[in-house]
Design a protein around this ligand. Sequence first.
Ligand code: HEC
Length: 170
Amino acid sequence: MNVGAKGLVACLVAASLAAAIYVLVGLHDVIATPPGRQASGADAAADREVGGVPDVSVLLRTADPAHGARIFGQCAACHSIGRGGPDLDGPNLYGVLGGPVGRRRSRYAYTAALRQTGGIWDFGRMDAWLAHPRKVVPSTSMSFAGLPDARDRADVIAYINAQGSNLPIP
Ligand code: HEC
């Protein structure tokens, strides 16, 4: 092969690589952008998607705490959330994020199952709990089926976070 032919081959290889990258990036944008949401941050979101739904830490960036406050209406039968509020059927939730699981309220009778879970309420754990409490702690006394919509959960978590916790959004 002479020098000219080598150059031509190199050019063709580079051109087809560029075309392949173009197609992949284009497809990636289509897949990563959820309907109705801006494309901004879509790359980061795509890194942490589970089954097509962005991770809670991604959803929290665009969460709506005012909508979360309305969803909290489903919790309010059993939980107060104001500072110094009473324990009802469930414990008061002021400052629950960042607090220990099943141990924060010393006068509240948590189930042994929740107490023995250990660890702290971070965003991921709270998301799993609110999706399906019995899946996280099978014998919990929290008789609430769960919030199936990941955005509803992110919104209510944003609202809860604003009540005494204020953990930084990751
Ligand atoms: C029917 C009553 C009921 C409803 C409705 C309910 N909960 Fe609970 N919740 C409980 C009970 C009871 C516990 C204690 C569970 C245990 O000890 O196993 C609990 C525990 C919790 C805890 C753990 C608190 C801690 O200190 O570790 C969180 C967080 C929580 N609930 C959030 C919520 C949110 C948010 C909602 C609404 C989306 C909700 N709950 C709806 C009854 C309820």
